[in-house]
Write a protein that binds this ligand. Structure first.
Ligand code: ATP
Ligand code: MG
Length: 311
């Protein structure tokens, strides 16, 4: 753990495999025609911009938290299919490459990705709150009157968005528009599955003192069986708004569990949404502590314990 912690990874080159894509946080490699290596770096983004330095242990935390969710959801959502195949790096990597990829990568099933973000919101905040204040709707869907900022919705709402190309912003869309994009055949199944997974996850987190205000899922299609498969990262602090249940109070914005130190610092320094920013060492450390804390709360284990179990 100490070694992993001291070597923050913001870029990774695994020349033994072909690189298919680079996201804000991840690098995707091809293992074979059915398998991908999904590598999570320690990069962090805030206000849609990636910082030049990383957050210690972040890649391992996001990877192992997602794996934890696949285990939990497997028990709580009957019939759920997920893309995780293995937490062990593939044999094609050299020893040095496998060491770099270890703990922060998963081999996953290569699937046709549905080109929408399946967002589920349990609480009204962010862009949904802005729209509600102006129009009384969320992604075009009329909502109950009288909601305060960060109140829970009477029931969770499915609010898809487009999956924007790099550098573009995702656009909130109605479930009808999502159905045009993915096809009627799959739209209702994706919506039902997203709500089911959110509800199972939110109940589990709430028992552990964490409110999942909203979260984003991605789904893929197994073209051989016509199954819809949960892919990507799942209910991590990067894909969700996590709030500390103990300090939750509707009527104003809530601190997010993990990125708040970084957001506050960027705002105070006037660096919000600026490219090429390096955060100070102590901001990276404080952010790492928060990611580790939420990992402990949700898994009931320290990251060190989980990594030891993997070896
Ligand atoms: P960004 O985070 O830069 O806004 P992103 O979310 O696309 O974009 P990352 O999270 O860094 O970038 O990379 C993950 C990418 O891998 C996503 O584009 C996601 O759709 C894709 N992906 C996840 N799981 C699979 C899978 N099983 N098969 C194919 N693609 C996948
Ligand atoms: Mg992503």
């Amino acid at each position: 753990l100490q070694k992993l912690e001291s070597q923050t990874v913001t870029s990774i080159e695994l020349s033994s495999l072909r690189k298919l894509a680079t996201g804000k946080v991840r690098e995707i490699y091809e293992v074979d025609d059915k398998t991908l290596l999904f590598v999570t770096t320690d990069r962090i983004s805030a206000y849609d911009v990636v910082l030049t330095n990383g957050v210690p242990l972040k890649g391992a935390i996001l990877t192992q938290l997602t794996a934890h969710w696949f285990r939990v959801l497997g028990e709580r959502v009957p019939g759920l299919k997920a893309h995780l195949l293995s937490l062990t790096p593939p044999p094609a990597l050299t020893h040095a490459e496998a060491e770099k990829a270890r703990y922060r990568s998963m081999q996953v099933r290569r699937l046709k990705v549905f080109p929408i973000e399946a967002i589920v919101r349990g609480y009204i905040t962010g862009s949904a709150w802005s729209e509600y204040q102006r129009h009384g709707t969320v992604h075009g869907l009329p909502q109950a009157p009288g909601l305060r900022q960060c109140d829970p919705f009477p029931r969770p709402v499915y609010t898809p968005s487009t999956k924007a190309e790099q550098g573009q912003h995702d656009e909130n869309i109605s479930p009808e528009r999502a159905a045009e994009i993915v096809g009627e055949k799959y739209a209702a199944r994706i919506e039902a599955l997203a709500l089911q997974v959110y509800e199972a996850g939110a109940a589990y987190a709430r028992e552990r003192g964490v409110i999942i205000a909203d979260t984003k899922f991605e789904f893929g299609l197994d073209e051989e069986t016509d199954d819809i498969v949960l892919i990507d990262e799942v209910m991590t602090p990067d894909s969700s708004r996590f709030w500390d249940a103990e300090h939750y109070e509707p009527g104003h914005d809530q601190d997010s569990f993990d990125k708040q130190f970084l957001r506050n610092w960027l705002t105070a320094e006037g660096l919000k949404a600026k490219e090429g920013v390096e955060m100070p060492h102590e901001i990276a450390e404080q952010t790492s502590s928060k990611y580790q804390e939420v990992f402990r709360r949700l898994t009931g284990k320290t990251l060190g314990d989980v990594l030891e179990e993997l070896d």
